[in-house]
Ligand binder design. Structure first.
Ligand SMILES: Nc1ncnc2c1ncn2[C@@H]1O[C@H](COP(=O)(O)OP(=O)(O)O)[C@@H](O)[C@H]1O
Ligand SMILES: [Mg+2]
Length: 393
């Protein structure tokens, strides 16, 4: 068969479906997916079935079909194209956590990065904990990528039906009667050295936790397909590592959020919340065009807010995550002022209940503290008005 495109599907670091045609180099981006939702669907199917999506000439148009990775790689080789290592699973020799250093576009402590990469390499189960938006999902993708491992992504927080995601579905067909179609998860756990990301495990249906108990147990490591006749068990292959994420701080990690028995199956990995200097370093690297003083003010504001939330008796109940800061910096990059960015992206995160004692007023005061003084232009100081001042007649 002569294929005109061989598209390898993947998830990007945000868990969105992407694909790249190995023949022309065309990347199927977010924009393409909007125009061609059918391609997105096909790429999703290719991901779920562990195949490549190919096109071939059919009359004057193109036909689509799914072929195995082996067939795809052989075809590509016949054209002199080798599939980049990033997209296939690498073998042991070339991997090493020993000299792992964090990527430039991600801020993480050197030691933590090494620990994470080493755990993935050794096939450990890891539970990444930390507040939402602190880089748990992204760090997992980047760490696995750094040692050439492919991540199979499952968003457990988003699935309504954990049985069909983790085990599979039973279908009925007029000719063959009922049959069982196993899930991508079933296939993924049978691939040696696979990295399986169980994203948002903390938000998963308790049914998902039950199913995962034996899979994650270092001694059992099997999955029972109780949907299938005679309920066979599937063994988890050698070197498979499971990385789960939970939107919680370690202090809450106890049984309140996740089942104790489930927690015991993981090594905990706490994602740090960046301090003012670290956040600045990250922003400066990512947004070289934005004025440095503005980035310093932003980092100082965020730093103060984070100090408050981690204090003994915080006046606020919400945090600004690195995801939020990056979004704010994108606005600054587009020419918005800090005040404007704060108005649309910071204040709405804080309640305005309680009037002058509200969280929002408190945050406004922090922001105001770092704004250049406007007194020379005669503009009123919103929060520096001294209400005790006697008004002179
Ligand atoms: N420490 C960090 N360094 C660089 N980028 C970060 C960091 N933490 C978060 N981000 C960015 O913020 C966004 C959200 O991160 P994500 O991994 O989805 O957070 P989580 O999974 O913890 O909710 C991503 O775009 C990510 O690149
Ligand atoms: Mg996440």
């Amino acid at each position: 068969m002569n294929y005109t495109q061989v598209i390898i599907p993947r998830y990007d670091s945000q868990g969105r479906i992407r694909g790249k045609d190995q023949i022309t180099g065309k990347v199927y981006s977010k924009k393409d997916m909007k125009i061609r939702p059918d391609i997105q669907q096909r790429l999703e199917k290719a991901l779920n079935t562990g195949t490549y999506l190919v096109t071939y000439p059919r009359g004057t148009r193109h036909g689509f079909k799914f072929i195995s990775k082996d067939e795809g790689n052989t075809f590509l080789e016949s054209l002199g194209i080798t599939v980049s290592k990033k997209q296939t699973i690498k073998t042991e020799e070339s991997m090493s956590w020993k000299d792992a250093t964090p990527p430039k576009n991600f801020y993480i402590d050197n030691l933590k990065w090494k620990f994470l990469v080493r755990n993935i390499e050794k096939g450990k189960n890891i539970l990444m904990v930390g507040p939402s938006g602190c880089g748990k999902t992204d760090a997992t993708f980047k760490a696995a990528e750094s040692i050439g491992k492919e991540v199979t992504y499952f968003n457990l927080g988003a699935t309504q039906d954990p049985r069909s995601t983790l085990i599979g579905n039973t279908f009925y067909n007029k000719d063959s009667g009922t049959y069982f179609s196993e899930s991508l998860f079933v296939r993924a756990i049978q691939q040696e050295n696979a990295v399986i990301l169980l994203d948002e495990l903390s938000r998963a249906h308790p049914e998902a936790w039950n199913i995962l108990m034996t899979v994650l147990d270092p001694i059992q490591r099997y999955l029972r397909l109780d949907e299938k006749n005679d309920s066979p068990t599937i063994k988890v292959a050698k070197g498979v590592s499971f990385i789960a994420t939970a939107n919680i701080g370690t202090e809450y990690t106890s049984t309140r959020v996740l089942d104790r028995a489930l927690l015991d199956r993981f090594t905990l990995f706490e994602m740090d919340i960046l301090n003012e200097d670290q956040e600045y370093a990250l922003l400066e690297y990512k947004f070289p065009k934005v004025n440095k003083d503005i980035l310093l003010s932003l980092s100082a504001i965020i730093g103060d807010i984070r100090k408050e939330i981690t204090s003994n008796n915080p006046k606020i109940s919400n945090m600004i995550s690195t995801r939020n800061t990056i979004e704010i910096a994108e606005l600054l990059d587009d020419g918005f002022t800090i005040e404007e960015a704060a108005e649309v992206l910071i204040y709405p995160l804080f309640s305005d209940e309680g009037g002058n004692d509200s969280e929002r007023i408190y945050i406004r005061q922090i922001v105001q503290k770092y704004m250049p003084s406007k007194s020379k232009t005669g503009t009123e100081h919103l929060f520096q008005v001294n209400f005790d001042d006697k008004v002179e007649d």
